[in-house]
Write a protein that binds this ligand. Structure first.
Ligand code: FAD
Length: 472
């Protein structure tokens, strides 16, 4: 192994091969600090050629590789297991914006660029890169692509896959595939780009990407509205979709009252709007290329109509960017507030929108029956059919004791998701956390096809083993 590490040092320089335990710690610890793995070394190449040379060397020595970007993933995909046999391949030094093209409306970036860096680069030429997540200051484009990240703008712009036109990838053999083509149409065989997107680093290493850009909206209007039920939230979504006309419904986020209660409790400095207490709230955002006054009218009309129909009972409209940011801050603080409340069991799930209300009713009831007093933290991108359906321990109970029942809680939730025709991972991926779980919910044919793809592209199983699917 010493020869292997010496050769790594020759490729990236001794300063960028970390073997000291203290230096490796943040790279082997998962974001939620629930798991600490072990790594032979953390290797930090500076460019695609160095990535390729390291991967080739790993292939030669049969050393496993865990690609890592910002390490904000939530399914134990970006950290190594405890064997100590793998290297963590950190992409953070690949952080250049390679090109911005205003004619073709595209941007080409290194995989280690932080998401905010790409958003800012687009804004600098009056364009929008719409991908937006609460972790955007830390997560990287390579991680976003590898998890096919979603976030708050999927409703109108689609997920990370929908935004990507081309990729540069280092294969599991250490070859470089230059697929950085900015073509909107390219039907020349199997779509390799779509294979690597969402593969969670199990097929190769993404080193660069080319994305489409969009016009910056002229106006963005936000409102928080109060409702009595999830069924009403679904009705409001339908109404908003049918009535948006020249404006675009760009976000539609469900928030339960308990979520706002947690934000109020743990972040009292975040101002909560004055709204009558209701079981659920929805954060709506309309965007438009029209002047702001038109969007204000559209949003006011929508809310008025929803009130007339008895769907919405109270509302606040943000009348400035500061107010709008404050409403978004409430939404973006829910995860942290929940974490501050204590350990919890997270479920990132998706469902047909028409089944969401029935799913929540049925699953809440079943969980209360089996785990009396457990507290549901329900929020998410309802417009995409995506819920963060998290479960916290009953008030005053031990969080660790509740966590010990995680498998049983998951079984209730995931079986219910399957019953209502949904998916057990909407936007976070499978990682190691759901590697076994997925076997219960995907058909044998689908699992076999996934194994065959993995086997074909990574025959020695060196790319992020133990994540997503094991080939044999
Ligand atoms: P990492 O965590 O480093 O890696 C994630 C996976 O991608 C791992 O399997 C890793 O091996 C692989 N990988 C990383 N880089 C590469 C590469 N260059 N080539 C090949 N494989 C690679 N996710 C959403 O989709 N929507 C949200 O709204 C959202 N909100 C979040 C909010 C918070 C507060 C947090 C902490 C996380 C949130 N996430 C969300 C999850 C996470 O931020 C995303 O999954 C993000 O895309 C991960 O990017 P990363 O650079 O941190 O990747």
């Amino acid at each position: 192994m010493n020869t292997f590490l010496e050769r790594c040092q020759q490729i990236v320089g001794a300063d960028f091969v970390l073997t000291d335990d203290a230096e490796k710690l943040s790279y082997v610890t998962d974001y939620r600090q629930r798991f600490i793995g072990r790594a032979l070394a953390v290797i930090k190449p500076a460019n695609t050629l160095e990535v390729a040379a390291i991967v080739k060397l790993c292939a030669e020595h049969k050393v496993a590789i865990v690609p890592q970007g910002g390490n904000t993933g939530l399914v134990l995909g970006s950290v190594p297991d405890q064997s100590g046999n793998a290297i963590v391949l950190s992409l953070l030094r690949l952080n250049q914006i390679r090109a911005i093209d205003a004619i073709n409306n595209t941007i080409t970036v290194d995989a280690g660029c932080r998401l905010t860096q790409v958003q800012d680069a687009a804004t600098s030429i009056q364009r929008l890169f719409p991908l937006s997540l609460a972790s955007e200051g830390t997560c990287t484009i390579g991680g976003n692509l590898s998890t096919n990240a979603g976030g708050t703008a999927v409703l109108h712009y689609g997920n990370c896959r929908a935004l990507c036109l081309g990729l540069e990838v280092v294969t599991a053999q250490g070859d470089i595939w230059d697929g950085l083509r900015g073509l909107r149409k390219d039907n020349t065989g199997y779509d390799l780009r779509d294979l690597y997107i969402g593969a969670e680093g199990t097929l190769g290493v993404i080193t660069g990407a080319l994305f489409q850009l969009f016009p910056l909206p002229q106006s963005q209007l936000t409102a928080l509205v109060a409702l009595n039920s999830v069924a009403d939230a679904v009705a409001l979504f339908h109404l908003a979709r049918s009535n948006s006309k020249d404006t675009v419904l760009s976000a539609f986020e469900l928030i339960s009252s308990f979520c706002l209660e947690l934000v109020g409790k743990h972040f009292p400095a975040i101002r909560q709007p004055t709204l009558a207490a209701h079981p659920y709230y929805v954060l709506i955002e309309l965007s438009s290329q029209e002047p702001e006054a038109n969007s204000v009218t559209a949003l006011e009309n929508l809310i008025e109509l929803a009130m007339e129909q008895g769907i919405v009972h109270d509302a606040v409209l943000a009348s400035s960017l500061t107010q709008s940011n404050a409403l978004w801050q409430l939404r973006e603080s829910i995860s942290s507030a929940q974490a501050a409340e204590g350990k919890n069991i997270k479920h990132d799930i998706s469902l047909p929108i028409s089944n969401i209300a029935a799913f929540i009713d049925a699953t809440d009831a079943q969980l209360q029956k089996q785990f009396s007093g457990c507290r549901m933290v329900t929020f998410g991108h309802l417009g995409d059919g995506n819920l963060h359906y998290n479960v916290s321990a009953p008030l005053n109970d031990s969080h660790d004791e509740f966590l010990a029942q995680q498998s049983a809680v998951n079984r209730v939730v995931y079986d219910s998701v399957a019953h209502f025709c949904g998916s057990i991972s909407a936007e976070h991926g499978l990682g190691a956390l759901k590697h076994d779980e997925i076997l219960r919910y995907k058909s044998p044919v689908e699992m076999q096809l996934m194994r065959q793809i993995k086997q074909a592209l990574d025959p020695h199983n060196i790319m992020n083993p133990g994540k997503v699917v094991t080939p044999f």
